[in-house]
Write a protein that binds this ligand. Structure first.
Ligand SMILES: *Cc1c(COP(=O)(O)O)cnc(C)c1O
Length: 376
């Protein structure tokens, strides 16, 4: 990267909040203040006692409401974030063989985890070029289909659907919603395990996994737990299910993470639910993609507008402008974490559009980038 020019963006162009990281994402100040206020009777208290269990029950109920879960679906949670949950799914939900849509860093990682399991058949991995997603096609040899609702590394979102002609009795649909949950609309009837960690769309901190599970998924968890497959206790989904039903986790969770996630979910529900939050993300996405199309030095990386994420925008820059210099100047002006996903290796900015981020701040960041590009 060339040296970083000394450019001061005029204060009236700057966003009110400079956090645009795609993970972990912006945590709302109101939630942090509420946590500080609740701290004396909450932080540092037992997770087996009423105050914390009540917070977990608020999280489970609030999520069931936000995601409009059908009857019989349950919210489970445990420690280790989404990465640990892939291992839990590998042990406790995939029966013999899975199919993975792989179109970026995160979706490829779950495919790799399933491929490494000695007790499973090799998975079917369907890939497409970065910046696109493959089609979901039925395959009679698999008992689970896995794909992300939003591939955070590339800014591609995929619809939550079941493969044509496949019911949950034939094969389960496992959807990684780590960056999508709370920001993208979907039909929960189309997913058997809709899972995420709360540090992105839920504006909390990392370390926890959360999953909305359908009755057929619960049945699968119970059946595999009763089989002779060895499962480490910390990844055992039957143990996690039993604890979740008691508003607990198997081992100690981060109490602040749970509190901040509750704040975000209840904030979304109080304002009109997922439809309201998704509409905010639509506004932000409309602003940034329209801007990127209107400038001659930028293009939305994802060519198909239907696949462009409304929670994480990836914007390619003309080679005449070094996007790393732009993000470094932005950082010096308090606008942080706009760099492209490191392994994607493109001349690109990646900007989160999560519900916690004000749509007016997305407008402000486009003006700030215009100013930087004019002055480099
Ligand atoms: C961030 C992310 C992950 C990894 O989440 P961790 O909680 O850090 O393990 C997995 N999948 C997607 C789609 C993500 O965005």
């Amino acid at each position: 990267m060339s040296s970083v020019p000394d450019i001061t963006i005029p204060p009236d162009l700057l966003p009110a909040d400079g956090r645009f990281c795609s993970g972990p994402g912006k945590v709302r100040a109101e939630a942090v203040e509420a946590l500080a206020k609740a701290a004396p009777t909450y932080l540092g208290t037992s997770h087996r006692q009423a105050p914390v269990q009540f917070m977990v029950s608020r999280l489970r109920n609030g999520l069931a409401e936000m995601l409009a879960l059908p009857d019989g679906y349950e919210i489970m949670l445990g420690n280790g974030g989404t990465t640990a949950f892939w291992d839990a799914l590998t042990f406790g939900v995939i029966d013999r063989k899975s199919l993975h849509l792989s179109f970026g860093e995160f979706s490829s990682k779950f495919a790799t985890a399933a491929a490494a399991a000695p007790f499973l058949d090799d998975p079917v991995v369907v890939s497409s070029d970065p910046g696109t997603h493959p089609a979901l096609v039925a395959d009679a040899s698999v008992d689970a289909y896995a794909y992300p609702h939003n591939e955070t590394s590339t800014g591609v979102s995929a619809p939550v659907i079941r493969p044509t002609g496949v019911s949950a009795e034939d094969a389960l649909v496992l959807v990684d919603a780590t960056s999508a949950a709370g920001g993208l609309r979907f039909d929960p009837n189309n997913a058997d395990v809709y899972y995420f960690a709360p540090q992105k769309g839920l504006a909390s901190d990392g370390g926890l996994w959360i999953a909305a599970v359908s009755p057929p998924a619960i049945e699968r968890i119970e059946r595999l737990a009763a089989s002779d497959r060895w499962v480490p206790a910390s990844l055992d989904l039957k143990i996690a299910l039993d604890n979740s039903r008691k508003d607990q986790t198997y081992n100690t969770p981060a109490l602040a993470t749970i509190f901040l996630a509750v704040s975000q979910v209840e904030w979304i529900n109080a304002n009109g639910g997922l439809e309201w939050a998704a509409s905010r993300c639509d506004r932000s996405a409309g602003t940034i993609y329209l801007w990127a199309e209107a400038r001659d030095f930028t293009t939305p990386y994802v060519a198909n507008p239907d696949e462009r994420s409304h929670v994480v925008a990836t914007i390619d820059f003309d080679e005449a402008i070094d996007a790393k210099v732009v993000s470094a100047v932005l950082r010096n002006n308090g606008i942080v974490d706009t760099d492209s996903y490191r392994k994607l290796g493109r001349n690109q900015l990646r900007i989160a559009l999560f519900p916690a981020i004000e749509p007016s701040d997305i407008e402000a960041i486009t003006k700030s980038i215009d100013y930087v590009v004019e002055h480099v």
